[in-house]
Design a protein around this ligand. Structure first.
Ligand SMILES: *Cc1c(COP(=O)(O)O)cnc(C)c1O
Length: 381
């Protein structure tokens, strides 16, 4: 049996062709033809007001922190069970991060614990749609509205995933809060090696976002012929990717439906075949609430104990299957633990200790998936 890696980036086959075209266009810096094509595609896919490609989701989060004008002392509520960038982007602006626990049925943030953390210094809630599964946006948007807070959605893992409002209306994740961020890192469903996007849903940020994106200059407006010279008008950084990344990404965005269909097929195979173990209560599978959709970003199991997880991971590894755990709670990280207010975030720690992600990528054959499944079943029998 061949080695089954946790992730192997997928190529649609069009990437090279578009890269060559980008090179032939003669302009490979940012905000060219492919960048604009990606922007239109992302607006079409998500329904956001404006999309800006960035060099990473991390950069998109940093842009969001600048746009909502985070200043030293402002508080931001963020789940502890997330990637460091969700918090770092706001820490860089001097924010005080207040970590919230995970739900009991899902590693995503416990929406019901958010309001108690709001103080007069709170400026924003940053929700993370873990595994591409929506947070309960009605709860979050309602708190934000009532307490006058911004909402930034870290939708890094959530492309092609949706939140369903009680009236049945579906809205793409990342297009609900004031802003959303996507990642196109090679571990995500749609990828260009390193890349991301900022989705802006709140009109008031559209113009400034473009300036911050272009190092604090109004160059984007200059390129459109709206002004006759460009200059330094605000703070900013180099957040825009080159046309090479955009060309590569466009090939992936174009094929997103096929990619998604295949990922969902693999996800469903896991889910169906592991059902007996799940039914017997031996492991817990991903929970998808009724208001959320599944974009098959991740298939994970939650083991009973950290020891069980460690032996499952090494059992799989001995059989050439690479399964991995995920985030370590940020509130108890070496960088942050001294700043944390001491609240116990039991569920976040629990998912840190017990969650294991199974291989899920486009290079997996049906046999590969079956092999992973059979090996897990053997481990538990
Ligand atoms: C991947 C990821 C990021 C970071 O994305 P980059 O594009 O690598 O910067 C941020 N947040 C979450 C939840 C992620 O999964």
């Amino acid at each position: 049996m061949k080695k089954i890696s946790f992730n192997r980036p997928f190529l649609t086959g069009k990437e090279k062709q578009y890269l060559e075209k980008a090179v032939a266009n003669g302009m490979i810096s940012g905000n060219g033809e492919y960048t604009k094509m990606c922007h239109s595609k992302l607006v079409e896919m998500t329904g956001c007001k404006k999309a800006l490609l960035t060099t990473s989701c991390t950069d998109a989060l940093e842009m969001a922190a600048i746009l909502i004008d985070i200043n030293p002392g402002d508080e931001v509520i963020i789940p502890s069970f997330t990637f460091v960038s969700t918090a770092n982007a706001f820490i860089l602006r001097g924010a005080k991060v207040v970590f919230v626990d995970s739900r009991t049925d899902h590693p995503g943030m416990d929406e019901s614990a958010v309001e108690a953390l709001v103080t007069e210094k709170t400026k924003a809630i940053v929700c993370v749609h873990y595994a591409g599964v929506a947070c309960d946006m009605q709860v979050i948007m309602e708190i934000a509205k009532r307490r006058n807070l911004f909402v930034v959605e870290d939708a890094a893992q959530a492309i092609d995933s949706y939140y369903t409002w009680p009236d049945g209306r579906k809205q793409a994740l990342g297009s609900i809060g004031n802003m959303g961020t996507l990642s196109f890192h090679e571990t995500k469903n749609i990828q260009c090696g390193e890349g991301g996007a900022l989705l802006i849903n709140d009109e008031q940020f559209c113009k400034r976002a473009e300036i911050i994106w272009e190092k604090g200059t109004n160059r984007a407006a200059f390129w459109r012929g709206e002004i006759d010279k460009y200059g330094w008008v605000d703070i900013g950084s180099s957040f825009l990717p080159s046309e090479l990344s955009a060309a590569f990404l466009f090939a992936q965005l174009e094929q997103s439906e096929e990619i998604q269909r295949e990922r969902i097929r693999i996800w469903d195979s896991y889910d169906n075949a592991l059902a007996p173990l799940i039914d017997k209560g031996m492991i817990t599978k991903p929970h998808i609430p009724a208001y959320a959709t599944n974009n098959a970003h991740m298939y994970y199991l939650v083991c009973k104990t950290p020891e069980e997880r460690a032996s499952l991971i090494s059992y799989l590894k001995e059989r050439d299957i690479h399964a991995v755990f995920h985030y370590l709670s940020l509130h108890s990280s070496p960088y942050f633990h001294k700043q944390h207010d001491g609240r116990k975030l039991v569920m976040s720690d629990s998912f840190s200790d017990r969650l294991v992600r199974l291989p899920l990528h486009m290079h997996m054959s049906e046999e590969d998936v079956d092999h992973v499944i059979a090996t897990i079943i053997k481990f538990y029998s």
